[in-house]
Design a protein around this ligand. Structure first.
Ligand code: NDP
Length: 602
């Protein structure tokens, strides 16, 4: 019997009821306030374990063409695309000790990308690199970031272990003044912000968290000095340790099998189980991925984007569980699929969704030997409610004698912590080490965090202006009153699960704007009318996903159960259409944002 054959109207109604009950069991009144940032007494959680003390250096006080805030793939791609346009002085400022961003910070055991490496790793055509695995390990991805930075000579002017503390537009000089926490104060004609969306680690605000006397760290700052080993495993330091891990999201799913392998005993504290689909990682050859002609990687990446954006393609080159489940991503990201008969679409969607989730739950039963543990590992929500995960090792780890699953759904997570460990229900779990795989605060990095003030024309602060008038941009990149400031990320634009592709298209666009402004000796600044027109475009076909996310289990996709706001937050027709729109705009209308400078460039 297939999973969809079981889906009678009664079965669907039963699922809806079960999903509602599971959601109610998990929603907390404190919503997003339940988390702690790595600030004040918890600041040590965010320290860089890979460089130790940052080397002393003299403050920088010069002038560059472009300051790029952030040295992850966004910043690296901006730098590479600017170089291709002939821009000379590009300075990347990065908090970490090297390029890599996400892949610099996240080096936990088992780390891999679960988007196919041949579409995830950017600039493969340009660097001539062909990944060896369908899903690359984190270290290979980090090295690729370094490879791009080297190829495009981004090290020369870069500032590492340095955080930008303010960006101030100097009306007289028509340039940005960039200040940092290392005493730097330099000028930049343009600023590109590429500060990421999932960068600020978060901790659960568990009562008593500060009292725990054992060892503790967050997965994005792995303490190999304590655990021993490498991202490939061999965590010999844990052989005599009782280890706890909090969190079973995409990170938890990758790290649990590695901890299970080496810890004396592992307690997995789960609040909501992930959907864990087949991964099927394998070695690949250049022949397997068609890496035999110029542009092969671009074609493959475009093909993947078309499919996961619901656009369809003659051939599915990547052919994995992302592409197979593409139809179920409609509720994550707006796309063309929304057009047509809405009711019929939603009915078919619900059936496909239920079939997929039944398949996921059946997989748990097939793999996990203990029925009680299997029951707890089954996800009861719709596919797009939480980020899907993929593993052929995670569920299997629960068949080991040294692994215990502790379900915390009834107590809304871990109830409290003591000097010795963790309390759930009537049980205190004594631990030597507790690892937080509890993720990141969304959308609060860089200039949206409020910790990095941006003052535009007349000293107006960006966040103040947006608090008064709402977020206003043209295409998500530029805002009136903030000349020569280009934002990359997830703001009033279009996104996709393959985020490096999105970043690369943004980098191409930002570099084109800079090149055009340089050629004309102009400033980049949209008019308020251009912003109004863009907001109207976003609003015109804004998808109604709110009801869907309001019925989901809590998580960062729906602001911990409060739903996802409707309104002009993203381009409604998906990433493929957005990229086409940008390309057309560059050809036809770019001059509309170029304004005459009142000063000469020095
Ligand atoms: P997530 O936010 O996805 O997961 C955090 C986990 O911590 C959840 O399981 C959450 O439970 C749990 N948690 C939080 N508070 C408590 C508590 N008080 N008690 C018990 N459990 C708690 O973070 P991740 O780091 O896993 O992933 C973040 C994102 O990073 C992913 O969504 C993905 O976009 C990206 N990523 C991508 C990878 C890739 O291969 N491409 C790999 C890893 C991460 P609950 O669900 O109930 O809130």
């Amino acid at each position: 019997m297939t999973h969809s054959q079981e889906l009678t109207p009664e079965a669907l109604a039963g699922l809806r009821e079960r999903y509602r009950a599971e959601r109610e069991r998990r929603v907390r009144p404190d919503g997003t306030r339940q988390y702690l940032g790595a600030d004040a007494e918890f600041g040590y959680y965010a320290a860089d374990p890979y460089v130790g003390e940052a080397a002393e250096r003299e403050p920088v006080r010069d002038r560059v063409d472009v300051a790029v805030v952030g040295g992850g793939f966004g910043g690296i791609l901006a730098g590479a695309r600017l170089r291709q346009r002939g821009v000379q002085r590009v300075r990347v400022i990065e908090k970490g000790g090297d390029f890599g961003g996400t892949w610099y910070w996240n080096r936990y055991p088992g780390i891999h990308c679960d988007i196919e490496s041949h579409v995830y790793l950017p600039l493969l055509d340009e660097t001539g690199y062909v990944p060896e695995w369908k899903y690359a390990p984190g270290e290979e991805i980090r090295r690729h970031a370094v490879r791009i930075a080297e190829k495009f000579d981004l090290y020369a002017d870069a500032l590492f272990s340095t955080a930008v503390t303010s960006l101030t537009w100097d009306d007289t000089a028509e340039a940005w003044i960039v200040a940092t926490d290392r005493g730097d104060k330099f000028r930049a004609t343009y600023v590109i912000t590429a500060t990421g969306t999932l960068t600020e680690l978060k901790l659960p605000g568990i009562p008593g968290i500060e009292t725990f006397k054992g060892h503790t760290f967050h997965t994005s700052r792995w303490d190999y000095a304590y655990t021993g080993g490498t991202p490939d495993g061999g965590l010999t330091g844990l052989a005599d340790k009782r280890v706890g891990v909090v969190g079973t999201g995409a990170t938890g799913v990758q790290v649990v099998p590695m901890l299970a392998e080496d810890a004396k005993h592992l307690y997995v504290f789960q609040r909501t189980p992930s959907s864990v689909d087949v991964r099927a990682n394998r070695r690949t050859t250049a022949g397997d991925v068609g890496a035999d002609h110029d542009g092969w990687a671009r074609e493959r990446r475009d093909n993947f984007l078309r499919i996961v954006s619901g656009e369809g393609a003659e051939e599915d080159l990547v052919a994995d569980r992302w592409t197979a489940s593409a139809g179920l991503l409609e509720k994550l990201l707006p796309s063309f699929r929304r057009q047509g008969d809405r009711a019929a679409f939603e009915a078919a969607y619900e059936i496909a969704d239920a079939a997929k989730m039944n398949e996921i739950r059946a997989r748990v039963e097939e793999i996990v030997a203990d029925p009680d543990t299997a029951e707890k590992l089954k996800p009861w929500y719709r596919y797009a409610c939480k980020r899907p995960t993929f593993s052929d090792l995670y569920l299997q780890a629960f068949n080991r004698d040294n692994v215990t699953l502790v379900d915390t759904a009834d107590t809304h997570g871990i109830e409290r912590m003591t000097e010795r460990g963790v309390v759930v229900g009537d049980t205190e779990y004594e631990l030597d080490c507790l690892i937080f795989a509890t993720g990141f605060s969304v959308g609060v990095s860089g200039i949206h965090s409020g910790r990095l003030p941006v003052r535009g024309r007349g000293g107006v602060q960006l966040l103040d202006a947006w608090a008064r008038h709402g977020v206003r941009t043209l295409h998500g990149f530029t805002s009136n009153g903030f000349p020569n400031l280009l934002q990359m990320g997830s703001l009033q634009n279009a996104s996709s699960v393959n985020f490096t592709h999105i970043l690369d298209e943004q980098a191409v666009h930002a570099a084109a704007l800079v090149a055009a402004a340089e050629a004309k000796g102009a400033l980049i600044e949209p008019s308020r009318e251009a912003e109004d027109a863009w907001l109207a475009t976003l609003a015109q076909d804004a998808p109604d996903h709110e009801w869907f996310h309001a019925e989901c289990t809590p998580g960062y996709y729906n602001r911990e159960g409060r739903g996802r706001p409707n309104g002009p937050i993203a381009y409604p027709h998906g990433a493929v259409a957005f990229h086409d729109l940008l390309k057309r705009w560059r050809h036809q209308s770019m001059d509309d944002v170029l304004r005459t400078r009142t000063t000469a460039r020095d």
